[in-house]
Design a protein around this ligand. Structure first.
Ligand code: CP
Ligand code: NVA
Length: 314
């Protein structure tokens, strides 16, 4: 960063804003198209992050986030190192503040996956390099960049899109709601009573002009929708409560629910999936499911987020 420049942390989608998110999606599509059929680890022709190192810090499990950031950095010409809480001093109580200051002396950017969102805010406060949210209990913005890219690739325009969410009002939904306000699409949220999203995300999306409907009726949410989305009923760090799962039963995305949506509707799931719980086997494996495109697109979404964080995009 140049002296006096603000560091571009990506803690939530609002840190980038609508124009930068649109630029991220456009760049992701270009980079994906340009390297179709190349070996996955080969660098893009411009290798814009050559010489840069990203630290991936995990206080929770991950497959997609870990691999997509690693491959994204390779494709951008940079490298990564991985710190797991259990095998680093973070797991023995070294503070986030000290970890942020040490990593800032050693690497060029930090991605953190953690539980309490306050921890990533603390990391950003003390870091002098960009900090990227790789999921907290509150939000999962990197996932939603990939989701937006996926629906656009499948021929849908964001403004006015009708997105329907089913199940738990969780971190992934919060980022969907934030995206709705920024990119001007609408969200019907179908949850059991007591599992609604944080009202702060609902209010902010509405204030930004998105039409957000909260309902306990899954069929009502699905009617005429363009995109149906769900996620695990039990997120990382939550108790595997039988009562919660029982409450979620009417919100499973199955063929009867899909049939209420538009005929060209697509099904999204950030994965990992619990097939038979939040989604039926036939929907998960069916022709409207684009979940593996969505997973692949984490690479291209992460590349765009990284380029934005380094001030090279948007
Ligand atoms: N969707 C997602 O973030 O997957 P991982 O937990 O495997 O990173
Ligand atoms: N809501 C899920 C998302 C996993 C990618 C969780 O937090 O576990």
């Amino acid at each position: 960063m140049g002296e006096g420049e603000t560091i571009r942390h990506f803690l939530d989608l609002g840190d980038a804003g609508p124009d930068a998110i649109a630029a991220m999606i456009a760049d992701a599509i270009d980079r994906k198209t340009e390297r179709a059929d190349w070996p996955k680890g080969k660098a893009d022709a411009d290798a814009p992050l050559a010489g840069r190192v990203l630290a991936l810090v995990f206080e929770k499990n991950s497959t997609r986030t870990r691999v997509s950031f690693d491959i994204a950095m390779r494709q951008l010409g940079g490298t990564v190192l991985i710190l797991e809480a259990g095998s680093s001093q973070l797991g023995r109580g070294e503070t986030i503040a000290d970890t942020a200051r040490v990593l800032s002396r050693m690497v060029d950017a930090i991605m953190l996956r953690t539980d309490d969102h306050a921890k990533i805010e603390e990391m950003a406060r003390h870091a002098s390099v960009p900090v990227i949210n790789g999921l907290t209990d509150r939000s999962h913005p990197c996932q939603i960049v990939a989701d937006l890219l996926t629906v656009i690739e499948h021929g849908k325009a964001l403004p006015g899109l009708e997105v329907a969410w089913f199940g738990d009002g969780n971190n992934v939904l919060h980022s969907v709601l934030e995206a709705a306000g920024l990119m001007k699409f609408n969200v019907r949220v179908a949850t059991p009573a007591g599992f609604e999203p944080d009202p702060g995300f609902v209010d902010a999306a509405r204030e930004n002009g998105a039409d957000i409907t909260l309902t306990n009726d899954a069929a009502q949410a699905a009617a005429g929708a363009d995109v149906l989305v769900t996620d695990t009923w039990i997120s990382m760090g939550q108790a595997d409560a039988a009562e919660k799962k029982a409450a979620m039963e009417p919100f499973r995305v199955d063929t009867a629910l899909m049939a209420k949506a538009k005929p060209d509707a697509v099904f999204l799931h950030c994965l990992p999936a619990h097939v038979g719980d939040e989604v039926s086997q036939d929907v998960f494996e069916g022709p409207q499911s684009v979940v593996f495109d969505e997973a692949e697109n984490r690479i291209y979404a992460q590349k765009s987020v990284l380029l934005w964080s380094f001030g090279l995009l948007g």
